[in-house]
Design a protein. Structure first.
Length: 263
């Protein structure tokens, strides 16, 4: 069985040393508790402030930050999901998530497809690639980022590729309680997978975050949930097929019919 840890915390915008220090402390605590993987929130190492990141963050610093995070995973002996901006070969900025294993080696990467709000759309460009899947300790793992999980197509794409665990770094503000409590749980149920959703807490650059991180089981129930403040959540992943199979949603899909309906 895989023990998963979720970091919910308040980042300091552009204080990379402090933010990476918080990730390091969470990784040490999670590893000591026996967790194999730590999920951190969207853009946590640099803080969530799209316009400030675009204006003030030196892209040349990103490689050093990535190496520091890989070193955190390796030093603590725990796999890590972190989220950072990335700059494409064409010079476009995207929001990404990366899974590194306990040795600090990259296993999977993903770039955000659905950007939320005017600031994200001004600072970043939406990606187009579908979520990939990788085997992690016998579990097929995929990733999307924040707003992506609110679109059933994103999660269904991962599920159809065999994902059993979907990791979601997020930056969800206050007033959107239905996302973790309704949508995330629905995505888990309708796709027969576990969804781990890790959010910020507190206030960053004028944005008040909800907290409320959750781990939703394949039957739609909650394996773990957080309050509004700083918290380290733990959840043991259910065995594949242990729950959520009473209704064969994936087997009963009729994609040829849906295509005939049009978009």
């Amino acid at each position: 069985m895989v023990l998963l840890a979720l970091m919910q915390a308040n980042a300091v915008v552009l204080d990379i040393e402090a933010n990476c220090g918080a990730v390091d402390a969470a990784a040490a605590t999670a590893a000591a508790a026996g967790a194999q993987l730590l999920l951190t929130p969207e853009l946590f190492p640099v803080g969530y402030a799209p316009l400030r990141l675009r204006a003030e963050l030196d892209p040349a610093a990103l490689a050093t930050i990535r190496q520091a995070l890989a070193d955190i995973a390796r030093t603590n002996g725990i796999a890590l999901v972190y989220s950072l901006p990335a700059v494409t070969a064409a010079g476009e900025w995207q929001i990404t998530a990366t899974l590194v294993d306990e040795h600090g080696d990259e296993l999977l990467s993903y770039a955000k497809v659905h950007l939320f709000g005017p600031e994200e759309r001004q600072a970043f460009v939406p990606a187009v690639a579908s979520p990939g899947v990788v085997n992690f300790h016998g579990v097929k793992v995929s990733m999307v980022i924040c707003y992506d999980v609110e679109f059933p197509e994103s999660v269904r794409a991962a599920a159809l590729r065999g994902a059993e665990l979907l990791l979601v770094p997020t930056a969800l503000g206050e007033g959107f309680e239905a996302v973790p409590q309704v949508l995330v749980r629905a995505r888990a149920l309708e796709n027969h997978l576990t969804v781990a959703y890790a959010n910020h807490s507190g206030t960053e650059d004028g944005c008040d975050f909800l907290g409320g991180s959750v781990v939703a089981a394949p039957d739609g129930g909650l394996l773990a949930s957080a309050g509004p403040g700083t918290e380290l959540l733990f959840a043991e992943l259910p065995a594949p097929g242990a729950a959520g199979q009473d209704v064969a949603y994936l087997e009963d899909l009729r994609p040829e019919i849906y295509r005939s309906w049009g978009s």
